[in-house]
Each structure stands twice: as C-alpha cells, then as structure tokens.
Design a binder for this molecule. Structure first.
Ligand code: ADP
Ligand code: ZN
Length: 213
C-alpha cells in the first residue's frame, strides 16, 4: 500500500502514521522527522534546513525531493509506504509522480485529515515531543504518565521551536498558500479520501482503516 497523508500541521498526521505503519507493515516516511534528525546531527542538509524550519517556512523543494528520492530506495519500502509531510507543494507532487513512475509504481490514495484552524492551534501549542524517541504527547489531551519525561523511554519532553503560537500561525498560512492546492490536485486524479480529523485519534484511525478494508 502506498499512501500520502495530507492536512494542516496538527491534523494528527504523525500520530496516525505511527499506527498505520504497524497495521499495514509499511514504511513511515516523515520529511519533518528526517529533517529534524539532520538538524540534530548537524549535517549540511540540517544546517541549511534549520533556518527555514525554525521560522515555519518550507525547506526548498530541491533539498526535500532528493532526500525523499533516497529514502524511497530503502528496502523497507518494498511493502509500501506512507508519506507524512510530503508532498507539500505542487512542485513536490509533480516530482513525486516522476519518481514513482521511474520506479514503476503508483499511489493508492491521498488521505486528507480535515481540522479547523482553532484545533490546530490548540493541539500544536500544547504538543510536547520526546527528545530521545520522538514520541508525541499533549499537556492537556495526552499527558505523559511520567510528567515532563517520556513515558516510553524516559527522555525529556520539549516544545518544538515551531510549536510556539506565532510560528504555528505562520505554518498555517504556508499550508493554505502552498500545500492546500494539493487537495484539488489529488481530487482530480481520483485519489483523494477525506477524513474528519476533529474526532479522537482512535476514531480517526478507524475511519482511515475503513477506507482500506
Ligand atoms: P508539521 O507538524 O508542520 O506537519 P513537520 O514535522 O512535517 O511539521 O515539518 C516541520 C518543518 O519541516 C516544516 O515547517 C518545514 O519547514 C519542514 N518540512 C517538512 N517537510 C517538508 C516538505 N515536504 N517540504 C518543505 N519543507 C518541509
Ligand atoms: Zn521517548
């Protein structure tokens, strides 16, 4: 199965992706996670990407496209994959189509997680991420049983620089300007599946699973 997850920041793409990946034994490819790893280990890509990420802007397409191209060659993608946070521009979507046709494969669906702006702000401003394993919590909606530490691995929970309220507003406007045109893009290809992502994450997972039987 080959899927992309669409939707604004805070729609729950990362959370759903982790579960879908296990359920269907496919690779979870999060461009945000790959970028953050590169920032952490200070690779040339990370150093270049950091300034864009911290201010809520998109990292230039050419950097992202070559990163994804490499990642799709990994053997763990043989069973299929779930792209989370990519494509984010029409240009990236065209590049993806080209990559896949070169590999002789195609997408099965683009799943759109729909949420309101207010939900996005509420979810992201309370989001806390584990420094060690990347697990995601929320101060109100999903607190860690270990308080300010990750309940899975004990790592420190922190607030991403781009989860501060002014940067969240910026990310939302970037989403509307540059990413939301992909809704029509995939609708016209007959690949778009809409899911109400205001619901609880368990319900959202059920809705997504129903799409694929
Ligand atoms: P979000 O919670 O906004 O979905 P991500 O973890 O997917 O956050 O991405 C964090 C940041 O990484 C983005 O704001 C952007 O700067 C950069 N980024 C991630 N994926 C892409 C992409 N496909 N194209 C350009 N920039 C990206
Ligand atoms: Zn952890």
């Amino acid at each position: 199965m080959r899927l992309i997850l669409l939707g604004p920041p805070g729609a729950g793409k990362g959370t759903q992706a982790e579960v879908i990946k296990e359920k269907y034994s496919i690779a979870h490819i999060s461009t945000g996670d790959i970028l953050r790893e590169n920032v952490k280990s200070a690779t040339p890509l990370g150093l270049e990407a950091k300034q864009f990420m911290d201010s809520g802007k998109l990292v230039p397409d050419d950097l992202i496209v070559s990163m994804v191209k490499d990642r799709l060659k990994n053997p763990d993608c043989i069973n299929g994959f779930l792209l989370d946070g990519f494509p984010r521009t029409v240009n990236q979507a065209d590049a993806l189509e080209k990559m896949l046709s070169e590999l002789g494969i195609s997408l099965d669906a683009a799943v759109l997680l729909e949420v309101s702006d207010q939900t996005v702000v509420d979810r992201l401003s309370g989001r806390r991420t584990c420094k060690l394993c990347g697990a995601i919590f929320h101060v109100k909606f999903r607190p860690s049983a270990k308080g300010t530490q990750c309940e899975k691995c004990g790592g420190v929970l922190y607030q991403r620089d781009d989860d501060k309220e002014d940067v969240i507003r910026r990310r939302l406007s970037v989403y509307y300007e540059q990413t939301s045109p992909l809704i029509k893009y995939y609708e016209e290809k007959g690949l778009l599946k809409r899911v109400d992502a205001e619901k609880s994450s368990d319900t959202v997972l059920t809705l997504i699973s129903e799409l694929f039987g």
